[in-house]
Design a binder for this molecule. Structure first.
Ligand code: 9WN
Length: 433
């Protein structure tokens, strides 16, 4: 039964609507983020999708994560895209022919990209387990997933610690999950774009140019990905023209170590190494990326060691870290004019007071449900129940009015980007619980 949808996308029954989206976007063993624009499996999308799917079908949520982790490389990296070989080669750029994972020793049989995305997976796996431990035990979910998650985190904390700070670096804007965030403008300015004639974008077949990254952005993305590929996906500052210690990724790693500790205890193993890793990451996050005067976390350029003082929603993400010593300060910043937590919804991806805030263009202003969900999760974790409940109510209202869009204008609520976007539907299901 398709729920009644009126006008621009009003959804009368959020629960049924979300289930419809997730059913339509399911492919054998994983969910695509959006049928036309993103027709393969994406890494951090699958983590958020599992968080919603667990209410619908715990077994399917487990399969979502197992299929992604099944494409893990021998060095521990979990690729940002696992390609569906049945999908037309020209459906998405850059596709398997660009990444050439098949030529890399230690890459899986299925074609994948060679870069990563924010590590939300341990958090998702533990939440999935907790929803239905009996099904998880019957399927052997934890024994299967835990060792892979451990190797994934080890890759990030060792090979991706490019400066010795104890923090991981992202080496491509796509790795941050916030591709064209203004936070990347300064480190990207050193990267010479390949000419737009050297590649064919496919995203513009399905998305409006004014809501997507520019051709110049893409020229830089292609340059960085090509250089990484041609270096055999080796990790070192010499190889990476762009390398940034990102608060969002490092916060998810720290929160993920707490989740791994719970999994270890459940499996009868010692949780202590994970708790120690979480404490180390939290300390490094605060001492290296937190600016007390601003009450904000900023990314750090690994090449120059300078903080990038741009207010992006990624700098609020450390609220997901249990025991974060500066949680109250971060909530204050979210309530300030830059993010207007009390009224803007979803939480803007970028500073509302910045002259170049663009409420319709991707990660340069619009609000996204996943980063808002992370902040909501963090508010609950730190005892900010009233703020959390208020944010949850307003997020659901926004989705009810705009539909399951990819991103929304944080002040008007107008929908942008893809429709029937999977993590919007999945996280709506979670917020409804
Ligand atoms: C590149 C799938 C992904 C999300 C990212 C979002 C967007 C891809 C693209 O879509 O990125 O990975 O083609 O623009 O920025 O966060 O995971 O939904």
């Amino acid at each position: 039964q398709v729920p009644a949808v009126r006008g621009a996308g009003v959804v009368d029954d959020l629960d049924r609507g979300a289930r419809r989206v997730l059913a339509a976007n399911w492919r054998q063993c994983a969910t695509v983020p959006a049928a036309a624009l993103y027709p393969h499996q994406w890494s951090w999308d699958s983590a958020f999708i599992a968080i919603g799917l667990r209410h619908l079908s715990p077994a399917r949520a487990q399969r979502e994560l197992e299929s992604l982790l099944g494409a893990q490389w021998r060095d521990g990296r979990v690729p940002h895209i696992v390609f569906d070989p049945h999908v037309r080669a020209d459906a998405y750029f850059p596709g398997p022919a660009f990444w050439r994972s098949g030529a890399v020793p230690g890459a899986p049989g299925v074609p994948t990209s060679g870069i990563v995305q924010p590590p939300a997976h341990a958090l998702a796996a533990w939440s999935t387990y907790l929803t239905d431990p009996a099904t998880a035990r019957a399927r052997g979910f934890l024994p299967r997933i835990y060792p892979r998650l451990v190797r994934w985190h080890r890759y990030l904390t060792t090979r991706r610690d490019l400066t010795g700070s104890g923090l991981m670096s992202v080496v491509h804007p796509w790795e941050s999950g916030m591709d064209n965030s203004p936070a990347w403008d300064s480190p990207l300015s050193r990267v010479i774009p390949v000419p737009a004639t050297a590649f064919t974008r496919r995203d513009l077949n399905h998305g409006v140019a004014a809501e997507r990254p520019t051709d110049e952005d893409y020229g830089r993305y292609v340059r960085l990905a090509r250089d990484y590929r041609d270096a055999g996906y080796a990790d070192s500052l010499q190889v990476h023209g762009f390398a940034v210690e990102d608060p969002l990724c490092n916060a998810l790693l720290a929160a993920g170590e707490h989740a791994l500790a719970s999994m270890a205890a459940e499996l009868g193993r010692d949780p202590q190494p994970h708790l120690a890793a979480a404490a180390r990451l939290t300390a490094a996050l605060v001492s290296t990326l937190y600016d007390p005067a601003a009450g904000m976390f900023f990314p750090r350029d690994a090449h120059t060691s300078h903080l990038i003082r741009t207010y992006s929603v990624g700098g609020l993400a450390p609220l997901v870290v249990p025991d974060l010593p500066v949680a109250a300060e971060l909530v204050r910043t979210a309530l300030s004019d830059r993010f207007r937590l009390h009224e803007a919804c979803p939480l803007p991806s970028y500073d509302l007071t910045a002259a170049d805030h663009d409420p319709g263009r991707y990660w340069r202003g619009p609000g996204w449900i996943n980063t808002s969900w992370l902040f909501w999760h963090g508010l609950r974790l730190h005892g900010e129940t009233a703020l959390a409940d208020d944010l949850r109510r307003r997020l659901l209202d926004r989705v009810r009015t705009a539909g399951f869009r990819e991103y929304l204008d944080p002040l008007t609520g107008a929908g942008h980007g893809a429709s029937d976007f999977s993590w919007t539907a999945a996280l709506t299901l979670d917020l409804l619980r």
